[in-house]
Design a protein around this ligand. Structure first.
Ligand code: NAP
Length: 332
């Protein structure tokens, strides 16, 4: 039976400020009129959700709002012929949790074109342990390999290594035969990074080159960058010839400085990674890899399950870089 109300974590505007998010009971009729209604079983916490939950207008224009860019669940109603009642599905990215009420609510109502069948072999919990972070890590590796990257090319640097995206990238890369260098502010977590398969662990300060040199001693053949800023700039300048640098995030800064020299003298390729609007065919292909050969062996070590009412404290923690790996949310 479809209830008249459901629980959701709401970010609300009080005068001109966004208050600390709170749990509310929301009428189902408040959901936007889209084709597919889904009962959400699990969601997950991403950095972007924390920004949306705390009033970042670049992500969410209007409040009150339910964040949550990730969700998986069961279809309870569908007006889309490609999606059937009872289907087990994933909805990640697009506008979910940005300006469309998101996965931190027990129900979502979304366009049929956003709905993807749960990949075979992946349960609800596993799919949200991975979530957008896992999908983005795998999409970055996929795009790098399409561009010629292979374990034989040399080591891969992963920045923001202790975060969700970074941890999953390390684990997938290591288990597909890459030598991985983890760059982190949490160098004391040696055991964690070693368990994920990192061969080297370096402090993020090593990637804050201030020499002004146009090119640096080459140290890696590819980069998965989740932080931006001078760390990205340093990573590009220290990349081996014809290396791929996958630009995924901005945890440090949305800006970075460069010259044309890494590109015209070393043939470095800058690959932009966009999980949100990624084409459905490519989305399915990458999720299928995650459910199969690329399934991170240490998924349980990387991920922590929380309940909906534990989200506010975890949102604070992710904003302050205090979370290691992934947090996923049991929505029951
Ligand atoms: N392109 C896409 O489609 C896409 C998809 C998902 C995420 N993202 C972006 O990717 C980034 C990472 O996402 P996530 O979910 O993995 O976030 P997360 O779990 O919060 O991880 C972010 C990591 O960045 C590092 N970091 C934080 N503040 C830093 C600073 N001031 N200087 C240097 N490093 C810093 C920390 O790594 P250490 O703990 O190792 O120090 C932190 O764990 C975010 O910017 C997010 O918006 C983009």
């Amino acid at each position: 039976m479809i209830p008249e109300t459901f629980k959701a974590l709401r970010a609300e505007q009080i005068s001109d400020k966004i208050a600390k998010p709170v749990l509310r009971e929301i009428p189902l009729s408040d959901l936007p009129e889209n084709e597919v209604l889904i009962k959400v079983h699990y969601s997950s916490l991403n950095y972007k959700d924390a920004l949306s939950a705390t009033g970042n207008r670049g992500i969410t224009r209007n409040y009150p709002h339910t964040p949550g860019i990730d969700s998986c669940g069961t279809v309870v109603y569908s007006a889309d012929p490609h999606v059937k009642k009872g289907d087990q599905v994933l909805v990640c990215g697009y506008d979910l949790g940005m300006n469309t009420p998101g996965g931190f609510g027990q129900y979502i109502q979304v366009p049929g074109s956003w709905v993807m069948p749960l990949p075979e072999g992946l349960g609800f919990r596993d799919s949200m342990m991975l979530g957008t972070a896992g999908f983005t890590a795998a999409l970055a590796i996929h795009q790098m390999e399409l561009n010629g990257q292979s374990p034989a090319s040399g080591p891969i640097l992963v920045t923001g290594a202790g975060g969700g995206l970074g941890s999953l990238a390390i684990n997938i890369l290591a288990h597909t035969g890459y030598h991985v260098i983890a760059a982190t502010g949490k160098t004391e977590e040696t055991e964690y990074f070693t368990s994920l398969g990192a061969t080297e662990i370096i402090g993020r300060e090593q990637l804050d080159d201030q020499s002004g040199k146009l090119l640096l001693r080459p140290r890696w053949a590819g980069v998965i960058d989740t932080v931006g800023g001078n760390i990205l700039s340093t990573s590009i300048r220290a990349c081996l010839k014809h290396g791929n640098v996958a630009v995924c995030g901005n945890a440090l800064s949305h800006e970075f400085q460069t010259t044309v020299y890494p590109f015209i003298l070393n043939g470095i390729n800058l690959l932009g990674i966009d999980s949100a609007t990624c084409d459905m065919e490519l989305r399915k292909l990458v999720w299928d890899k995650l459910a199969d050969d690329w399934r991170p062996a240490m998924l349980k070590l990387i991920s922590k399950e929380i309940s909906l009412d534990q989200l506010p404290e975890n949102i604070e923690n992710i904003l302050h870089g205090k979370i290691r790996g992934r947090v996923f949310v049991n929505m029951e």
